[in-house]
Design a protein around this ligand. Structure first.
Ligand code: SF4
Length: 255
């Protein structure tokens, strides 16, 4: 079976399973994708946070070294993605610029076009049920969203926004991969999380956990906006989302 694999959202509770699960997927010849905790309207969550950053980062570090030792260029670039995940979970600036809404976008089931699914509130550029693509893409609403993206400080690191950035700014991950593949000629552990200054600073007591927590998008006082329209909210007052989907499928089957 092609293009089937494991996906793991790594956090405090499951981080020690990261490398064993990767090895299992590798033995089965399957893809292995990783992510870590994010907060956004799309996830209907604002309180996600990693507590033991060094422990989680150590597990990512072990995975990165396994990926770098493989013979697969795809895995080498996945190693870079996981390096970026360590950087993200320490609340640092993205390793690559974010150009969502300029050359990439996200469409939800309601036809709303957005820059991404990582923003705190739903940022709508337009709706494909009511506008043509050309009108939407050049609308003042789309420009306003682009201005917000240029100042976005969420620094998320999800494959949807990172993959296009890795292709666009290929020389950055490419140089990283080359450097670490060269190191892999001489050592079994070509990568260290302490290549990131923030990891060294935290280890050396230059920065505290509380300071790093403040760099995260976790907001304990946030009222989460789930991004649903008023009409959808009204529907959910009387039925569960599952009942709405079941009724819709049954209706389509009848037709
Ligand atoms: S950094 Fe980019 S992908 Fe993340 S929330 Fe901001 S605009 Fe969206």
């Amino acid at each position: 079976m092609k293009d089937v694999g494991f996906g793991m959202t790594v956090q405090d509770k499951n981080a020690p399973d990261l490398v064993p699960l990767y090895r299992l997927s590798d033995e089965m010849g399957m893809e292995f994708a990783t992510a870590t905790l994010h907060n956004s309207f799309y996830f209907v969550e604002a309180k996600n946070i990693i507590h033991d950053r060094p422990m989680v980062a150590k597990n990512f570090e072990a995975l990165i070294n396994e990926l770098l030792r493989s013979n697969s260029p795809k895995k080498w670039f996945r190693a870079y993605f996981n390096h970026g995940l360590i950087n993200y979970l320490y609340g640092q600036k993205r390793l690559l610029p974010c150009d969502m809404s300029f050359d990439t976008f996200f469409i939800d089931p309601y036809g709303d076009v957005m820059p991404c699914n990582g923003t705190k509130d739903k940022e709508v550029m337009g709706n494909l049920n009511t506008q043509s693509w050309d009108a939407l893409w050049s609308s003042p609403e789309a420009e306003a969203v682009r201005a917000k993206v240029r100042h976005c400080d969420r620094d998320c690191w999800m494959i949807g926004s990172v993959s296009p950035a890795m292709h666009k700014y290929i020389w950055k991950p490419g140089f990283w991969v080359l450097t670490h593949k060269f190191k892999a000629l001489f050592t079994k552990t070509p990568y260290s999380m302490y290549e990131l200054k923030v990891c060294r600073d935290y280890r050396d007591g230059q920065v505290s956990k509380e300071e790093l927590d403040r760099c995260s998008t976790c907001d304990l006082n946030c009222v989460v906006n789930n991004g649903l329209s008023a009409a959808s909210q009204e529907q959910l007052r009387h039925k569960s989302g599952e009942e709405i989907v079941d009724a819709d499928i049954a209706d389509q089957l009848r037709q």
